[in-house]
Ligand binder design. Structure first.
Ligand code: ZN
Ligand code: ZN
Length: 148
């Protein structure tokens, strides 16, 4: 990715930063992650700004990053970076964690339900490699097919 000062923005975020201005947009726009809201966009809008002023903090990731969705110690789902398991998703960037518990002052994003986490992953352009479900309680949904 190019300079940390060059940011992709979705149209609503451009409008929020530059009200009433018409953005210059690339014609053959690629799928990018908006540096302000973190969602996928094909706006083709790039914006020059101090990295500290946007959620990305100048760290630009590709729109098709691989993740694992895991159940953390707190009983909530979180995203772990597939090629760097020591890093979890904070909502805008990758931060150190231990089993879903933040290992720095930056919080780890977590979700009460797996379907909620999966939907969020899709909106942020993550590719989910693994979803680890908790073991099913023995009294719920008896599976006759698996009995001897
Ligand atoms: Zn950015
Ligand atoms: Zn945005």
């Amino acid at each position: 990715m190019p300079s940390p000062w060059r940011h992709a923005l979705c149209a609503p975020c451009y409008e929020a930063l530059e009200p009433g201005r018409n953005p210059v947009a690339l014609r053959d726009a690629q799928v990018e992650l908006c540096c302000r809201c973190g969602l996928l966009t094909v706006s083709g809008i790039y914006y020059r700004a101090d990295p500290e002023s946007l959620a990305c903090k100048g760290v630009h990731r590709s729109a098709s990053e691989d993740i694992h969705i895991l159940l953390g110690m707190m009983g909530r789902w979180y995203f772990e970076k597939a090629d760097a398991p020591g890093l979890a998703w904070s909502g805008s960037r990758w931060v150190p964690h231990y089993r879903g518990v933040p290992a720095s002052s930056v919080q780890v994003a977590n979700y009460a339900r797996l379907d909620e986490a999966t939907e969020e992953a899709g909106m942020r352009g993550f590719r989910v490699l693994v979803q680890k479900k908790p073991p099913r309680p023995s009294h719920a949904e008896p599976s006759h097919a698996e009995e001897e």
